[in-house]
Design a protein around this ligand. Structure first.
Ligand SMILES: [Zn+2]
Length: 315
């Protein structure tokens, strides 16, 4: 039942953030001489991030800035992380800017844009979107972990950006990835889709929620589905996964089989939730649903969980 993630990303309208060809060279991150040599290479390039956005140069160079260009954009030298070697062998780094988004936005030839908008535009290669997802998630973690969670002292970047060290209590801190279960729940030939209030008008999607400590993926699917819809779920399979760097989630795409059908939505999570037939979901995909209901865009795992089910039941 597992879906082929690479095929999903490379087809038109494919899922975003799942193709990242960078060689992260994790085994060499502790070698500061090697990193310093890479950073000084003329072909080294830098992705520049602000608190919530990415700084691109308009035109073909796009997201890749030279060291001099990154410095002119307020590169914080102590906050520069190594993303990896590109397929060409050129090193790619990510840094945060000390300038504000307002300062950067008024400069000619620059675009300050959030990653979700960039992914939706589809004018960068998916491999670049994947590298930007890595840069965005790392930048968010560094910007929000400047101080030690144990003793409150200022921390320093280490291991090429994959650790922060506290010089006061010697604690080591590692980048977080927060797993989220997202599940397509079926009952016979129907699928359960709900509407969290934050979504664009008319969009209905698969239910989702954060995993909790000490919980399996399967139990998280059952708990979250019951919490949001009061539907009981039996068998669960993990079918697909996707990094979702908003700010640092990993979406665990699942399929679950409902063992009850009466929906009752909770107070906070959903404003609506329905069982949809296959014919109805086809109209949502085609944009012809009589009430204007539609499914999320192709960059998201929800779209591909729904599409996978539609194709399977059509067979
Ligand atoms: Zn500390």
């Amino acid at each position: 039942m597992a879906q082929d993630a690479y095929a999903l990303a490379t087809q038109p309208g494919g899922m975003s953030f799942i193709v990242n060809p960078l060689d992260r060279c994790a085994e060499r991150r502790g070698d500061s001489d090697w990193l310093a040599r890479l950073m000084a290479q003329p072909d080294a390039r830098f992705v520049v991030a602000t608190a919530g956005k990415l700084v691109l140069r308009t035109g073909v160079a796009g997201m890749r800035h030279t060291l001099a260009q990154a410095q002119a954009l307020g590169q914080d030298g102590a906050e520069t992380a190594f993303l990896g070697l590109e397929p060409t062998g050129a090193p790619l780094f990510a840094c945060t800017s000390t300038l504000t988004e307002d300062d950067l936005e008024i400069r000619d030839g620059l675009e300050v844009v959030d990653l979700r908008s960039l992914a939706l535009r589809r004018d960068l290669a998916e491999a670049d979107i994947g590298a930007l997802a890595q840069a965005r998630a790392l930048a968010h973690w560094h910007l929000s972990h400047r101080f030690c969670s144990r003793c409150g002292a200022k921390t320093q970047m280490a291991e090429a950006g994959y650790r922060r060290d506290c010089p006061s209590c010697q604690a080591q801190h590692f980048p977080r990835t927060d797993p989220v279960v997202i599940m397509l729940i079926t009952h016979g030939d129907k699928v359960l889709l709900g509407r969290p209030p934050r979504l664009a008008e008319g969009v209905y999607t698969t239910l989702a929620g954060f995993m909790e400590p000490g919980e399996t993926v399967e139990d998280a699917v059952r708990r979250e589905t019951y919490e949001e819809s009061r539907i009981r779920v039996g068998a669960v399979d993990i079918v697909l996964n996707q990094p979702w760097p908003f700010p640092a989630n990993l979406m665990l795409g699942c399929r679950g089989v409902a063992v009850s059908t009466d929906i009752e939505i909770g107070q906070d999570e959903l404003e609506a939730c329905h069982w949809y037939s296959r014919a109805e979901v086809e109209t949502m995909l085609a944009g012809t649903h009589p009430d204007g209901h539609r499914i999320p865009p192709g960059i998201s795992i929800a779209h591909h969980l729904i599409l996978g089910w539609l194709k399977e039941t059509a067979a």
